[in-house]
Design a protein around this ligand. Structure first.
Ligand code: HEM
Length: 121
């Protein structure tokens, strides 16, 4: 244990993260602002990829094995509003799991720099 994995531990480690991701994706797929984007997506793979990514970003012992964020999203013409909607849905899922606000904010802060790779309109 160290400061560098405080966020990982705050999220409930690998098990907690995979549960948060499952709820996150159910919020996303019922969110009319963004659900259409996921109509053809392999949600099982997406859950695994997000779990790995959040685990690594939070300082956990994982290595994200998916596409880089530019390649994963470049054909989708994602807007800032959609990006913000997705971030809000993640916060709803973390809130449901009673994750401390400081931990929530740190994960969101790790995602913020991805905005310029993901938003293309
Ligand atoms: C911080 C914001 C975001 C993060 C961290 C993120 C992360 C990811 C990751 C890790 C993948 C998996 C890539 C792979 O399969 O190798 C993915 C795929 C995907 N993302 Fe995002 N994403 C974000 C924002 C968005 C937004 C705003 C949308 C649309 C509203 C979106 C739509 C999708 C879709 C549809 C896929 C699946 C693509 C496919 O079927 O191959 N993402 N994203």
């Amino acid at each position: 244990q160290s400061m560098s994995d405080a966020v990982y531990r705050g999220l409930g480690e690998k098990t907690g993260i995979s549960q948060i991701v499952a709820d996150f994706l159910s919020v996303v797929t019922s969110d009319q602002r963004i659900s259409a984007a996921f109509a053809e997506t392999d949600m099982e793979r997406l859950a695994l990829m997000l779990t790995e990514q959040f685990c690594e970003l939070s300082g956990g012992p994982c290595k994200y094995s998916g596409k880089d964020m530019t390649s994963a999203h470049q054909s989708m013409k994602i807007s800032n509003a959609q990006f913000n909607a997705l971030a809000e849905d993640l916060q709803i899922a973390m809130e449901k799991h009673q994750i401390a606000s400081s931990v929530q904010n740190k994960l969101i802060a790790k995602l913020a720099p991805m905005q310029r790779h993901i938003v293309t309109r």
